[in-house]
Design a protein around this ligand. Structure first.
Ligand code: NA7
Length: 539
């Protein structure tokens, strides 16, 4: 007798792709349901972003204690963050502790890159093939592949001909890299480039920064957490997490209710000064409510930060190069910095504006611009990621009737709540396109809990197929696009708008992120769950 979908044995109840923060937590939650789960992870360890991004100076721009998992009181009690904004090694230690504490590793298969995931209607299951050809199937497929996990190298001629050492920041070696006394180049000045530059500038022999677009940056103001502060943080966890639930993007900072021009110019200046002097994202996420939507308001804060840059950089010509001209403050992801601008006051640091003297090619000895050849021992590519959809594009996802996800999304992603796609039953995305990102772990925990709720419901109701409807997908996609109208950031090329000069076909801006408030996002998802997922096609 042929196996039916009820009787046929599947390898697993669920397969999760990726063992970063979302995959780890998803595993924990699905196990609680008594499910047999397998996580496939390309790396050799847990941690995702914090596993791969080992570049010098990698650290949080969110307050450490707002970034950790909130689901286990015991874990919160046990773990001490040493700094208000922890560095990558500490975060990776934390995630390894989580993996140990909850015994996660026994269900995670490392060194296992997923090549394809194909839906089979007859068994209502997903068949996952790894790069080594091995295959596994499961009823449910959860993608935990990260919005910023597919690094992109610059499209520069002869990039592989360099004779010295070269690294992409997101593929940093596990062994220490020694830059003391070396001639080092950094290409890229996003959040990653800024952290790298300010860190290696302390020890390099000579540093050359190749900048295409300057970004607006503001001080991080990091500091150590002493015993007294540690106690307070722990006592305050419930309130702090509650606050993160209430704010616009799950940070402890949230927009001020006042408009930029509702206060006097003195008051405005004093408020900006206060924000500039405070730790973290306050100047971006806790500024006047209109700075990211009103051009005039945005020009005022941009002018304030430009003045700061001019004060901090001694050479006026260099200062002008570091001031963005093609986008306003905060309309791209704001890099937070620690004496970044002061780096350009060092005699051994040079800023090359490659809009003036473009890079022609990489040579065996260094980099050739239109102006001259620079010689280097090390080239660091801080050139970012094929963001949001890139990690989906590199896996061959095929849904009902063999339809490829990549084809379905060729004009931009279309999702239901950022979690599901019609034609891709039993597949759920964590931190997928069109979901609320913000302070990511807070969003991850919500996303995972929602997906877990849906899977629990399906199992309790003996459902073997849950799928978003085409109408549901259209409505959510339209909603996300409508929310993006008027946002200055959606008029700017950046990873947040899916724009990447290094990836074929990604030179058109798309609405890639949900830009409403996190509470509104959760309210909508909660409503769907409360109505027993009746907006989905259930079978
Ligand atoms: P980003 O923010 O995408 O920055 C990449 C940087 O690399 C940016 O300055 C780019 O300039 C530059 N870049 C990219 N390609 C080239 C080429 N071909 N030539 C010269 N310069 C280039 O990535 P990050 O890794 O810094 O940060 C990503 C996010 O990860 C970050 O926001 C955090 O949320 C975590 P461009 O601006 O495109 O002119």
């Amino acid at each position: 007798m042929a196996a039916t979908r009820e009787t046929q044995a599947l390898d697993y109840d669920a397969i999760v792709i990726g063992a970063g923060m979302s995959g780890m937590y998803q595993l924990y939650r699905l196990r609680e349901l008594g499910m047999k789960v397998r996580v496939f992870e390309a790396g050799t360890g847990v941690g995702g972003t914090w596993y791969w991004n080992r570049y010098p100076g990698a650290r949080f721009d969110s307050e450490s204690y707002t970034y950790g998992y909130s689901f286990s009181k015991e874990l919160l009690e046990e773990w001490d963050w040493s700094e208000h904004f922890a560095g990558q090694p500490e975060t990776l230690r934390y995630l390894n502790l989580v993996a140990d504490k909850f015994d996660l590793r026994r269900d995670i298969q490392f060194r296992s890159r997923v090549a394809s995931a194909i839906y089979a209607e007859d068994t209502r299951s997903w068949s996952v093939t790894l790069a080594d050809g091995s295959q596994f199937n499961a009823r449910f497929l959860v993608t935990a592949i990260g919005p910023l996990s597919t690094p992109t190298m610059p499209r520069i001629e002869d990039v592989d001909r360099f004779g010295g050492q070269s690294f992409h920041t997101a593929r940093w070696p596990h062994e220490p890299v020694d830059y003391a006394g070396k001639r080092v180049a950094v290409i890229g000045t996003g959040a990653t480039g800024v952290q790298t530059i300010q860190t290696i500038a302390k020890t390099v022999g000579h540093l050359t920064v190749f900048q295409r677009t300057p970004n607006w940056c503001a001080p991080l103001h990091n500091s150590k957490i002493d015993a007294e502060a540690q106690k307070k943080i722990k006592a305050n966890y419930p309130d702090m997490f509650r606050r993160c639930q209430e704010t616009f993007a799950c940070f402890i900072h949230t927009p001020d209710t006042r408009g930029t021009f509702e206060v006097s110019s003195e008051e405005r200046e004093a408020f900006f000064e206060k924000l500039y002097a405070e730790p973290g994202f306050g100047i971006w996420q806790g500024n006047f409510r209109d700075i990211l939507i009103d051009r005039k308001a945005n020009a005022v804060i941009s002018d304030f930060v430009a003045r700061k840059i001019r004060q901090r950089v001694k050479n006026p010509k260099v200062a002008e190069k570091l001031i963005p001209r093609n986008h306003g403050f905060g309309t791209r992801r704001l890099p937070l910095e620690t004496f970044y601008y002061e780096v350009y006051n060092q005699d051994n640091v040079e800023l090359v504006d490659i809009t003036e003297t473009p890079i022609e090619r990489v040579t065996p000895r260094g980099i050739k611009t239109s102006d001259r050849e620079y010689q280097f021992d090390i080239i660091i590519y801080a050139t970012g990621f094929d963001a949001i959809t890139g990690s989906f594009d590199r896996i061959d996802f095929r849904g009902v009737d063999g339809v490829r996800l990549k084809d379905k999304w060729k004009n931009g992603p279309q999702t239901y709540l950022g979690v599901m796609v019609d034609g891709f039953p039993n597949m759920m995305m964590l931190m997928g396109p069109h979901t609320a990102l913000g302070n990511i772990p807070r969003s991850i925990e919500y996303n995972v809990d929602w997906v877990t709720g849906l899977i629990r419901f399906a199992r309790e109701s003996s459902l073997t197929r849950v799928e978003a409807t085409a109408t549901g997908v259209m409505a959510w996609t339209d909603h996300v696009k409508a929310l993006g109208v008027g946002l200055l950031s959606n008029e700017v090329n950046s990873w947040m708008t899916g724009y990447n000069t290094n990836v074929e076909g990604k030179q058109t801006r798309i609405v890639a992120r949900y830009s409403g408030s996190a509470p509104a996002y959760r309210a909508r998802c909660d409503e769907v769950a409360a109505k027993q997922y009746d907006e989905l096609a259930l079978a």
